[in-house]
Ligand binder design. Structure first.
Ligand code: AMP
Ligand code: MG
Length: 268
């Protein structure tokens, strides 16, 4: 396999079999860990500027199969970041109240406010993934959602939110190892859910549903990254790089100080 295309060209046909989940370029774990630390210092500085500036926000969407590493990436990538100004939203099966609204209703309220970073652990994409694979609504309903999502993300982007979407791509074999580890390691037992097994049986259907997402909702204003995620260190490195590059590009700036600060005397 040759070069790995991290962000496919918008509109291009995607076959996930062309993307090697084991890919890690010619990089190695120990230099990756050092680079992540350096990048995290930069991320902290940018986050402070973003917060102080209060004019733009950053939304990070994480999607993956079970055990794909969404929780692990959140824990690692945002290590050391100031919790003030960061908001993680995890999307589970919708409540009756959520189901009584349109599918974006519950999502919209978690879009990060100006100055903040928002992290989605699963997202509105579940409504064209699990929902499509299991026919939770008829095709006549879910088929329009790609367009709804694109319009929604356009609104968010036009309102000052930079959007980065990461699909963590693991292999079916790697998932087996990770599920087994959840059975074998007492500290991981709580993460094992027998409900994940029937989902694993639907692997190929899910890959097809992900391919549709990557083909139809990969836009200039809200790009999808296909992250090779069998190697956790490489996954974290690539995500951290992408976030720091986006923050750099956003150029958040400290607001100007009040005038004549040098003339102010703090009273006793
Ligand atoms: P976890 O992330 O492991 O806690 O699992 C959350 C579960 O909620 C997964 O099985 C998701 O597929 C499911 N889920 C999330 N969003 C939706 C949705 N819109 N419709 C149905 N199930 C969902
Ligand atoms: Mg789970």
């Amino acid at each position: 396999m040759g070069d790995y295309v991290l962000i496919p060209k918008p509109g291009s046909k995607i076959n996930l079999k062309d993307y090697d989940p084991d890919y890690h370029g010619n990089e190695d774990k120990s230099s990756a860990q050092k680079e992540i630390q350096v990048l995290q210092d930069e991320m902290q500085e940018f986050q402070e500027r973003l917060y102080a500036e209060g004019k733009q926000s950053l939304l990070i969407v994480l999607q993956a199969m079970d055990t794909g590493g969404k929780d692990g990436a959140i824990k690692k990538v945002f290590e050391g970041i100031n919790p003030q100004g960061v908001h993680v939203a995890a999307f589970k099966a919708p409540t009756p109240e959520e189901l009584a609204h349109d599918f974006l209703w519950r999502v919209h309220q978690h879009i990060p406010q100006k100055g903040h970073i928002g992290i989605f652990n699963r997202s509105h994409y579940e409504d064209v993934l699990v929902v499509r694979v299991n026919n939770l609504v008829p095709e006549s309903v879910w088929k329009h959602r790609y367009e709804h999502i694109n319009h929604f993300e356009r609104l968010i982007a036009d309102s000052g939110t930079r959007i980065l979407k990461f699909y963590l791509h693991i292999s079916k074999d790697e998932q087996k190892k990770r599920l087994q580890a959840r059975l074998d390691t007492p500290e991981k037992n709580w993460k094992f859910s027998s409900g994940d097994l029937p989902v694993r049986q639907q692997w190929n259907d899910y890959m097809k549903a992900y391919e549709s997402v990557l083909e139809r909702c990969n836009t200039e204003y809200a790009p999808w990254y296909i992250i090779p995620a069998n190697a956790k260190w490489y996954r974290d490195l690539v995500i951290t790089r992408a976030i720091v590059a986006a923050l750099k590009d956003m150029r958040p700036a400290y607001p100007p100080p009040e005038p004549d600060l040098d003339k102010i005397v703090i009273p006793d």
